[in-house]
Design a protein around this ligand. Structure first.
Ligand SMILES: NC(=O)c1ccc[n+]([C@@H]2O[C@H](COP(=O)([O-])OP(=O)(O)OC[C@H]3O[C@@H](n4cnc5c(N)ncnc54)[C@H](OP(=O)(O)O)[C@@H]3O)[C@@H](O)[C@H]2O)c1
Length: 275
């Protein structure tokens, strides 16, 4: 992890002090529904920041033993319902095609971070999204009618999500956009992002969240940086993708990129490997 050690210690001590003071808006336990690329990165950042995590997936807690072992005593695995009830903040990070399987009653009353991105090649065609009537997060919010859904983590890839995290005050700290219909829920998520290594920029409502979707100026590329020339094979591209440290994107740049977005058809492209 790229957090510098001395600043990181200050960062952690601030968190521990705030927690000791009993601030009820501070997240202490993060429930994860989905523990794949994004869920795993969020869990690693949360544990590094001194939070507890409860992981879950579709195949059962026993399949998460390796990740739990890597994360150590702050992590355990459970069912999605248990993770939903255990978290004072829950991250729902599953393919959009599974959104109706999110446990709505266990999530009622909770703030839920939604990371979904609509990829028709994977999720199938969803008429309301194709028609521009709803964003994917509005769809998730409709299913989780008793929860407060907040969209974030969707416009950078899981490697850069991990490598670009920085302590409070770092000159090269990046920001993430946060969209939601409930101000208090957005404040809780902003606080969580701060704790795990990011500034937050308020993007507006869930209806506005198309501004960080696929084919918009802020989607993935600014944080990833330009692909070097001369990577001719999939293996070379894959190696570069996994090793590239990423490019910090500060809050001011996030605001500019969001403001420059123009409406585009919903849905991300089909990757060459799935075509
Ligand atoms: N990868 C990225 O860089 C990236 C960036 C931004 C946003 N996103 C979006 O974030 C979401 C997650 O992406 P990802 O890359 O982390 O996906 P992933 O690596 O495929 O992981 C998906 C996770 O969701 C779990 N899951 C699937 N269906 C479930 C269900 N019904 N109940 C509980 N858990 C379920 C999977 O569990 P099993 O393995 O047991 O099925 C797995 O742990 C997607 O919507 C994606 O488009 C991804």
């Amino acid at each position: 992890m790229m957090l510098m050690k001395s600043k990181y210690c200050t960062f952690v001590s601030i968190i521990i002090r705030r927690r000791r003071e009993g601030d009820p808006s501070m997240t202490k336990t993060v429930g994860l529904i989905g523990s794949g690329n994004i869920g795993g990165a969020v869990a690693r950042l949360a544990v590094a920041a001194g939070l507890d995590v409860v992981l879950s997936n579709s195949r059962g807690p026993e399949t998460l033993a390796d990740l739990v072992a890597e994360l150590g005593p702050r992590a355990r695995a459970a069912t999605p319902e248990e993770a939903a009830r255990a978290g004072d903040l829950v991250v729902a990070t599953v393919p959009l095609l599974a959104y109706e399987q999110l446990p709505a009653s266990a999530l009622a009353g909770r703030t839920v971070i939604d990371t979904t991105v609509y990829y028709p090649y994977r999720d199938g065609r969803i008429e309301e999204l194709d028609a521009g009537a709803l964003t994917s997060s509005q769809l998730v919010q409709r299913h989780l009618a008793g929860s407060r859904v907040v969209k974030t983590f969707t416009n950078l890839d899981f490697r850069r999500l991990f490598t670009l995290a920085r302590p409070v005050g770092a000159a090269d700290r990046s920001a993430l956009a946060v969209a939601g219909d409930d101000a208090e829920a957005k404040a809780r998520v902003t606080d969580f992002l701060d704790v795990i290594g990011y500034d937050a920029v308020d993007l507006g409502t869930l209806a506005d969240s198309w501004r960080i979707g696929p084919n918009t100026p802020i989607h993935v590329q600014p944080y990833l940086g330009a692909w070097p020339e001369g990577l001719s094979t999939a293996e070379e591209r894959g190696r570069w993708f996994f090793q590239a440290p990423g490019v910090p994107v500060p809050a001011a740049r996030v605001r500019e990129l969001i403001a420059s977005a123009v409406p585009v058809p919903a849905g991300g492209p089909t990757p060459p490997s799935a075509a």
